[in-house]
Design a protein around this ligand. Sequence first.
Ligand SMILES: Cc1ncc(COP(=O)(O)O)c(C=O)c1O
Length: 369
Amino acid sequence: MKKDLIYLDYNATSPLAESVKAYLAKGDFAFANPSSTHELGRRSKKVINDTSSYLLNTVFNLKDYGIVYTSGATESINTIFEGADALVYQTTDHPAVIEVANFLKKHGVLCHEISPLADGSINTEEFIKCIHSIKDKSNVWINFMYIHNESGVINSLDKAMKIKQSTSCKVHVDAVQSVCRFERWNELKRLDAYSFSAHKFGALKSTGFTLYKNDLQVRPIIFGGNQQDFRSGTMDPLSIKTIKLAMEDAISGTDYAKMISFKNEIKKIINSSENLEVIFDHQSTSCNTIVFIHKKEKADIIQSIFDMNGICLSRGSACSSSSIQESALLKESPYKQYSMNNLRLSISYQSLEVKEKVLSRLQSVVDKL
Ligand SMILES: Cc1ncc(COP(=O)(O)O)c(C=O)c1O
């Protein structure tokens, strides 16, 4: 990355955490196959077990849950929903969910889309009503978006519990954008499965994990040597080690009061232009995400102005931002008319180090808009 570029697209992906960089620079990793029963195999296995125990016991304190490592949340989501008899999800969910649903529909699986409320949050009552209308309730899954990738809106897990308790459905939580995005993000409830993506918090890409209730029956989509409960394939101790390192850095490095005050200063700068407006700006949003619209120009034009001035931010959703599409999120909101005009800026604890530079550069660009 050119030294002078400012990165404000942490919801798309994160640079490697400092501890991960230091670890990789050492170049001395457990390399043996963790399924091998010799000493080197056992060392690799221990690296994996250390990360699993850190996540399950220290970070999440989840008793009776298992962990499966995957190639990322897209694989996790595909695996969880593949065996569903019915699936209920939001119109604004990540493409990983929407496209699985489109696939399942073609194969005769009942799939229902629910619109979010005007503030971008989950419409609990509609979820419940919809599930009640499904005749065979034996294997109904819902996707519950914990923190929305585009809006940063936080959906309390109490809502997910309420849906589960009133309908007995199974709940998968898309927790990809949750790591260190608000103070009590890791206080998970006893829901069926949670998926995370390592590259969103400073670990290596193409790695993720799903936490799942031990009694959950999941049909694998990758078959082979049965290395993990419902996922085959040789496990990679290196990338799994980076999950622990990056998570430790994120947890120790995130000062929520500082993040919120940084976010507020950014919002003030954006709202200082009469053509710009911060939207989805309410109490229940993450400490790192700001969505805004330009009232006259489309997002691609505004994004390129930021880009020319050395600011990397995003239009559209976190991982599919290269395609120019109407924002499903805005289409479903009171800002419908601006559904091609929205941009997203997302920071992390790593941005705090360059706070003053970010604020002055943003102000100088916003003044031109
Ligand atoms: C909310 C959400 N869910 C799922 C995914 C897919 O994650 P991965 O990149 O690990 O496949 C993303 C990626 O942007 C996301 O933001």
